[in-house]
Design a protein around this ligand. Sequence first.
Ligand SMILES: Cc1cc2nc3c(=O)[nH]c(=O)nc-3n(C[C@H](O)[C@H](O)[C@H](O)COP(=O)(O)OP(=O)(O)OC[C@H]3O[C@@H](n4cnc5c(N)ncnc54)[C@H](O)[C@@H]3O)c2cc1C
Length: 292
Amino acid sequence: MDFLRPMTWADALAVKAERPEALPVQGGTDVMVEINFDVHRPGALLDLNRVRELAEWEQADGRLRVGAGVPYTRLIAELGDRLPGLAQASRTVGSPQIRNRGTVGGNLGAASPAGDTHPALLAGDAVIEVESAARGVRMIPVTDFYLGVKRNALEPDELIRAFWSAPAAGPQYFSKIGTRNAMVIAVCSFALALHPAERRVGTGVGSAAPTPRRATAAEEFLSGELDWDGRGPLAVSLSKRFGELVKEAAAPIDDVRGTADYRRHALSVMARRTLTWAWNDYRARIPGEEAS
Ligand SMILES: Cc1cc2nc3c(=O)[nH]c(=O)nc-3n(C[C@H](O)[C@H](O)[C@H](O)COP(=O)(O)OP(=O)(O)OC[C@H]3O[C@@H](n4cnc5c(N)ncnc54)[C@H](O)[C@@H]3O)c2cc1C
C-alpha cells in the first residue's frame, strides 16, 4: 500500500487527480478501523495531516469557513459559542481520544447515516466546499451532499476542503439516543436550529433513514406557527404536532441498535424536547439580540 503525504492543498489535489483510488485519511478514526478489520485495503492512502490549510478556520463576510481537518476538540473549544448545535453533537462523538483526532471532514467523507455532525450541519444550512485540480471548487449545500448509505456527492478526484456555516443567530440544540452515554453509535439523533431573523426553523434527522435528512414539513409547520414576535409560551399542541411531523420525516429500519418503531417514537420525543429548550432560550433573550 502506498502512503502519499502531500505538504500543501495544491499537492493534495494533484495527487488525488493522479491517483483517484487513493483513500484520504485525516484523523483515521474511520479509515484505520476499516483497514484493521479488512473491510477494504486501498492501493494507496492519501494522508492529509500535513496540509495546514485544512486545520484552519476563519470568519469572512459573516460566515464561518471551517477546514475539513479541524478536530472535534478544537471545534468545541474554539467555535462552541458560534456553532453551539455542532459543538453539542461533537461532544457526543466517541471519547476524548476520538475527538482529538476525528474531524467533521471525516464524518462527511464517511457519510454514515449515523454520523453525529450531519443533523447539526443540516439544521444550520451548512455548505460543503469540495475541490478538484481539474474543475476547481464546488459548493454543495449539505442537503445535496448525502446520496445514500455511506455515499456522498464527492467525485473520485475531489477532496473536501471545508464546510461553511453562518454563526448561530438563535438557539441550537442536538440530541442523540444511544444504548449508553458515551462511545456509542446513535440509535437516532435530532438537531434543531432557530433562525429568528428569517422566522425559520432548521432541522436534521440522523440514523433514521438511508441518509441524514431534514424534516422539511416539520420545519415549514413550525416556522409558520411560532409566536416569533410575542415570544409567548410554547403550546403543547404545537410541540406535539412538530414531534409527529419529525417522526413522519423518518424512514428508519429495524437493526441491532433499535427498531424502526422505537426510532420514530424517540425522534418525536427529541423533537419536542429540543424545541422546548430552544424556545425557552429564545424567550429569555433580549428582543433583537438574535439579529446581531
Ligand atoms: C471508538 C470510535 C468511536 C466513534 N464514535 C463516533 C460517534 O460517537 N459519532 C460519530 O459520528 N462517529 C464516531 N466514530 C467514527 C469517526 O470517529 C467519525 O466519523 C470521525 O468524524 C471521522 O473523522 P476522521 O478525521 O478520523 O476521518 P478519517 O477516518 O480520516 O476518514 C473518514 C472518511 O472520510 C474520508 N475523508 C477524510 N478527510 C477527507 C477529505 N478532506 N476529503 C475527502 N474525503 C475525506 C476518508 O477517506 C474516509 O472515507 C467513532 C470511531 C471510533 C473508532
